[in-house]
Each structure stands twice: as C-alpha cells, then as structure tokens.
Design a protein around this ligand. Sequence first.
Ligand code: ZN
Length: 508
Amino acid sequence: MSQKPFGYVYDERMLGHECKYDKTMAECPKRMKLIYERLQKDQLLDGALKIDAREADDSEIRLNHPQQLVDEIISLNSTEKCEEYCKDKEILWTCENTNEAARVAIGGSIELVKAAFENKIHNGFAMVRPPGHHSYGKVAQGYCIFNNVAIAAKYAIEKLGVKKVAIVDFDYHAGNGTYQSVKDDPRIHFTSFHGHHYGSFWPFSREYDYHTNDPNTLFVPLNGTMNSEGDYVSVFHHVLLPMLKQFQPELILISAGFDSGYYDLMMEFGQGVKAHGYGHMARLLNEICPGKTLAILEGGYHPYNYTESASMMVRGLLNKSLPRLEIPSRLSASLLETLWNILNHHSKWYPKLNEKLNALERQQEKLGLDPFVFNQTIFLGAKMRLMYDDVKKHKIVRTREWFPELSEEQEAVCKQKIDEYKKEYEFTNHHSDPSEDNLLVQCIWDDAARSDAFMQASPFASVLIQEFNDFVAGKRENMMICDREMYIDAVKNGVLEAHKPITTTFNY
Ligand SMILES: [Zn+2]
C-alpha cells in the first residue's frame, strides 16, 4: 500500500462562476461545494494533500484552444455581454468571473497531474468547474468553457514527457469536446459512455455512435435508459480494460460526471448507475494505472446523487472498502446490442476483443442461435441538428431556463430511491472480477434480447422526437436552445426556413 497521500483540488475562486441572469441553471456553484463538504464529512480527505490551484496562463489554454476563444472569454466584462455571447452557442452561460474560474479549473487540473508525476500523491480528484468535456477548438458549449481534461492530458504529454494518457468519461453526456480535441492522437486513448438514443439526444450527431474511425476512441452510446452500475462495469470488463491493457497508459484521467447516476438527470428516463458503481469503476482504473488515476469533475446535477457518487468514487481511488457490486447475469438488452457492435467494430484493432468476439460467436452456434448481425444503427437526430445549427447561425439561441427545476416532490422521490439502495450496501474489501464464463453468458443474443433492446430504447427516443415535432408544429413553447417567439419571428421575417417534423411515414 502506498504511503503517499491522496491529492485533491478545491478552490473557492471557482464558486464565482455563477449565472447572473438565470438562477435556475443546473450547473451551479453548490455542486462543487457540496461534494467537497461531503468528502470532508466522510473523512476521505483526512491525511490527503491539498494541491494549490492557480490560474492557467494563455499558453497552457492554447495547448487545446486558439487564442481567439481565450480573448473572447477575457472580453466578457458585463452581464449583458455575457448573455449576448451565448446567443450563438449551444447550452452555454457565462458571467464576469468565468474567465478567472475557468483558468483556475485548468490550473488546478494541471497541478494535480504535476503532483502525480512528482510522486507527491497517489491518485487524486480535482473538484473544478466550469466543467470542460464539451468544449473544443473555439467552441465553448454545454456549460463548458475550456476543456480541462484535454488540456491536462496534453500538458502531461507536452510538458511532462508522459507517453500515453487514457481519458475515461462516464458523464451522461457525450465527451464530444474531448473527442474533437484528442481524436487521431495516437498518444491518447479516449472512452466515452454517453446517452445517444439513436442520435435523438444532444449533440444529435452520428459521430458519437460506436463506429468511430479512431482505434483509440471507444464510444459506448447508450440507446436505452436505466443502464445499471453492473452494466457499466461489465462493459469495462468486456471492452475497456482489455483495450487499456493493450494501450498501456501511464496516466488515466477520469472525466467524472455523475449525471448517469440513478435518479440524477431525467430521473427514470436517465441512467441507473448507483453510487458504488463509480467506486468500482475508479477501483478498476486504478488497477490499470496505480497511483496515477486522477478524476476531474464534469457534470452531475441532483445533490443527493452526486455527493453520494463522488464519495464512492473517491473510496475507489483510495482503495477503501466498497459495497459489493452485482454483475448482472444478462446485460441490459440495448447495451448488449451496442456491445456486440463495438466488439465487431473494434476487434480488427484489438486482438483480445477479437478473441472475445470469436468466443461469443461460438457460444451462439453452440446454443443453436442465429449469429448477431453486425449493423449500422439508425440515426434519428438529423433534423434536430439542423434546427440547432440554424438557430445558432441566426443568433437566436434561448439563453435561459433550459431545465425546469425539480419540484419538492420529485426531489423527495430521488432521495427515497437513493436511500433505498443504500440500505442494501454490504461493504467489503474483496472484489473478484466476474468469470469469463459469466461474461460470455451475459451476451447471449436471442430473439428476446433483440426485442428487449428495441423496447428499452423506444420510449425515451419517442419522447425526444415528440418534443421536437411539437416544437416545430408550434404546440410546444420552447425546446432547450430554441425559443418559440424568436423562432416564429425569424420564420415570419424570412430569416429562417421552418423546420419539418420527424415523421415515421412518408407523405406522398
Ligand atoms: Zn453531463
């Protein structure tokens, strides 16, 4: 057991990043503060080393972004300018303190990486905001200004001589900014688990389906809702861990968003990762890169979930006891379909995945089942993407009140759901990996799995399509960045061509 302390970053300058024109913003200062207080309360920071954050300088930001974005953020010196700036961006708010906070978030992440390579710490967690994983190039979006994790990875490589870095992003939203920042760089392996829903979910792009052209990118698009911690960890065993064993990173950066947590974002339409799942994912990554596994905070929006989840993740990084993890006997069906596609797609680059695929195919044959048909999945997001792009082009982005706040009743439901599973916790230090046989049986692909996959994915995708159709038909007031009044005005004035609904039948 290492004698070196755990490292952490927490700096109240990042609490100054707060939306002045809309108090309903889900990405708010208390996220960071509550996580820090929770870790203190759980005594997880006792004996840990606090790493001082600092403001990153322009040259460090330029490791991943052009000076243009740096200058734009510096220029935001009034609330009016801040809101105006966001009228051609996707889901972004800014304030006069954004520049300072965003620089401290980067500086803190970099200092944590440095501390790990100066052998001062054994693993660590940067509690930072604004988050970063949606930002790339000159595109700030999705609550993200600069890409903290991508800059930290590039800093490690360019300035510290680290040869290979893996980034693992388990935030519910696609690590699209990170992908655009690191794709095709053979020194960086990138994994993102993310809500996809056949492209009907933001960022409405085919590019984030499983079929990435970059051997070093693993996308696990989630088409169904409520995948569990056991499902996620199973995908680690099936694909991610063998990939990382082949890649051999010297540093793992976790893009630690907790919005896939059970009853976090969108409640039963979200994902179902219970808090200890984050502990187990961190524990397994630490086995690949002992002592050099560093988490950087991304999303997570329901306090009762993200404090619990962050606490468990840190337990995993500290190698403390964790609640026993249940590995499901069969994988959640729509994730299983994705896993088969991933194995088919990536097996040409990874011999271990090829072996796994062959074993699964032999199992199908032995059971008298038809082979899995490797398929290009459907994509439902084209018209949504077009509408978002048009709204941005004409600078008529709705900049406020994207998410309704939870009612007190809803919050009580979230709390109750989380309390229920916490009652079942059985803490232990002994965690055995699932056997290869169990992992194979999880993946049996039969008619039931195929229909379950469809049934699991359909309800939420239908809701998303219906929201879009209702908006373009004028039956729904707003849709995230699309504002009814501004949209209608733009159409009336001939600035914008009205968008067409997604239909399931042809109109002859
Ligand atoms: Zn997120």
